[in-house]
Write a protein that binds this ligand. Structure first.
Ligand SMILES: C[S@@+](CC[C@H](N)C(=O)[O-])C[C@H]1O[C@@H](n2cnc3c(N)ncnc32)[C@H](O)[C@@H]1O
Length: 211
């Protein structure tokens, strides 16, 4: 470096503040629009499985309203504490925090949820764990209920962990074996970790017994 030219240190704090602002704005505006496209409606009971700090639980709570409920489930206590703080600031009393030990079966009753979100979580689970989770989701979903999956980290999108060799078609094929029918793919600018990126989620409907 030439004399007198000081390298400008990257200001992480400033970047964090910007990301924070960008995500908060997304949760209250574009995130709501996106989740409406997924099919989430007023009064719904929704389970956000692996919710972390609630980038999806928050917009979902705005949509389902006071008579609806969003259960934000995670095994990460500090992430859930952050979500609790955020929801209190926004007076979102319809977000219920569910801290687990990572087990994939739950205490929710049969046919309880209108929608279950599995966003950016499945790559953590191996095939036999996913089997337990999909079976559980089928049990918890109402007839015609929606399972929405964000299959991040498949082979074409920052491949990682259990998903590194899988395609979106592989995921659809796997989930359809569990009595869930692929219904649509929705792509947009959506949240990943604490950033926005272009991504696609895939929706499934619970098969009717007479289908
Ligand atoms: C990458 S984050 C995705 C967060 C959120 N769904 C989103 O898209 O912004 C994955 C989350 O899943 C949680 N998780 C992973 N395995 C889990 C399990 N078996 N039970 C509950 N939570 C789990 C992690 O603690 C983490 O908060």
């Amino acid at each position: 470096m030439g004399k007198g030219r000081k390298k400008k240190a990257f200001n992480f704090q400033k970047k964090d503040r910007f990301m924070n602002f960008q995500m908060i704005k997304w949760e209250k505006s574009k995130g709501i629009e996106f989740l409406k496209k997924i099919g989430i409606k007023k009064n719904f009971a929704l389970l956000d499985f692996g919710a972390r700090i609630g980038h999806y639980s928050i917009p979902a709570a705005f949509i389902v309203g006071k008579k609806g409920k969003v259960y934000a489930l995670d095994k990460n206590e500090s992430a859930l504490d952050e979500l609790k703080e955020k929801s209190e600031k926004l007076s979102l009393e319809n977000i219920k925090i569910v801290k687990t030990d990572g087990r994939l079966q739950t205490d929710f009753p049969d046919s309880y949820f209108d929608t279950v979100l599995l966003y950016d979580i499945l790559h953590f689970l191996n095939k036999s764990q996913r089997k337990i989770l999909f079976t559980e989701i089928l049990r918890m979903l109402k007839k015609n209920g929606i399972l929405s999956v964000y299959p991040k980290h498949i082979n074409s999108d920052y491949p990682m962990r259990e998903f590194e060799n899988l395609t979106i078609k592989d995921i659809i094929r796997e989930i359809e074996k569990f009595g869930l029918i692929f219904s649509k793919k929705i792509c947009d600018t959506i949240s990943h970790d604490d950033f926005l990126n272009y991504g696609c989620v895939i929706n499934f409907k619970k098969r009717n017994e007479n289908e």
